[in-house]
Write a protein that binds this ligand. Structure first.
Ligand code: 5AD
Length: 347
């Protein structure tokens, strides 16, 4: 089968043998690229229409106990200027977000054990008490099952935890010895089992990643059936061991997004900040490749200028209001619109 036939088959059947997925990932000419992204875009539009869900991210701490080699807030980066937001600061960020129309708040941070399980519960409860109609998403890394259960009981709706890679050896290359893919997957299984709308995902083009690794990730995700999948290109950070590594290829990242949409049609798929950083209209290209979520930053300035995962990260100084306006205008220019609703999973 030629690549166009493979794309048509993927569109029809939602799966391809590993070797065929690898072929599509390795490279496509412009006609094949347009065919793939067109199929993915039509699939997304058939389920979600031309709406793109908007989520507000609050980056509430850049302290992290982990030492991931790719990440700017790794614990051994002494140049990272650390901060924590208080419960009140988090609530006022949500308040501002609510007034701007946000109905999903994503609380993201490093793995910062300063916030105990009961602290996280208190924060979640306070948000849900004040805005019961809003969804709360946690993105706080690996915790115990009982911790995950307590946040869910406190009202958290969703949880994001990328597997980063589905190859144990590649996982070990990216992460410190204290971490393992097995534990990562244990967390993801627990989260889904507890009842969270669960998100996993990967970086594209991280150092040491092969096309076969990405195929493994696609097959893992097809099998896991997450509600959400975060995919963005790797971008080096100057104060990490991967400072001199090349950034991931944005074209490859777009192909991974489109293939993901065709393999898991209903999944909530953000067009990520990293993609928007890698290319200037990256987030729009992501939407046109089948993504249907955008997550602007609603962190107060004190935090957002310090929560730097990679070089050139966009949205670290801008203002939420301007950002929203620009996203709305950009989406309009391609015939889409920003949907500020909760946008729960339809799985
Ligand atoms: N480049 C791109 N993405 C990164 N992340 C962390 N560091 C980088 C980087 N250097 C991503 C990880 C993490 C998410 C919050 O940010 O995939 O899960």
């Amino acid at each position: 089968m030629d690549k166009k036939q493979l794309i048509a088959k993927l569109d029809r059947e939602g799966i391809l043998p590993a070797d065929d997925l690898a072929q599509l990932l390795r490279g496509l000419d412009s006609e094949e690229t347009e065919l793939l992204s067109g199929c993915a875009r039509r699939k997304a539009v058939s389920l979600y229409g031309k709406s793109v869900y908007i989520r507000g991210i609050v980056e509430f701490t850049n302290y992290c106990r982990n030492d991931c080699r790719y990440c700017g807030i790794r614990c051994s980066n002494t140049r990272a200027d650390r901060y924590r937001l208080s419960k009140n600061e988090i609530l006022s960020a949500c308040e501002g977000g609510y007034r701007s129309g946000f109905r999903t708040f994503v609380l993201q941070g490093g793995e910062d054990m300063h916030y105990t399980d009961s602290d996280i519960c208190e924060i979640v409860k306070a948000i849900k008490d004040r805005w019961p109609e809003c969804a709360v998403t946690l993105s706080i890394g690996e915790r115990s099952r009982s911790g995950y259960e307590s946040y869910y009981a406190a009202g958290a709706d969703r949880f994001l935890l990328r597997q980063e890679t589905s190859s144990p050896s590649h996982y070990a290359y990216l992460h410190p010895e204290t971490m393992s893919l097995a534990n990562r997957k244990r967390c993801l299984d627990d989260l889904k089992d507890i009842g969270y709308q669960t998100g996993c995902g990967i970086m594209v083009g991280s150092p040491g990643q092969t096309i076969e690794n990405i195929v493994q990730d696609l097959l893992y995700m097809k099998d896991f059936v997450p509600h959400m999948i975060g995919i963005g290109p790797f971008i080096p950070h100057k104060d990490t061991p991967f400072a001199d590594e090349p950034a991931g290829d944005a074209g490859l990242c777009l192909r991974v997004l489109s293939i993901t949409r065709l393999m898991l049609p209903k999944v909530l798929l953000p067009s990520t900040t990293a993609l928007g950083t890698a290319v200037s209209d990256g987030r729009l290209q992501g939407i046109l490749a089948g993504a249907n979520v955008i997550m602007p930053n609603i962190t107060p300035p004190r935090g957002r200028c310090r929560y730097i995962l990679y070089d050139g990260q966009i949205g670290t100084e801008g203002d939420t209001q301007e950002d929203l306006k620009r996203i709305g205008d950009d989406l309009k220019s391609i015939g889409y619109f920003a949907d500020m609703g909760r946008g729960d999973s339809i799985m």
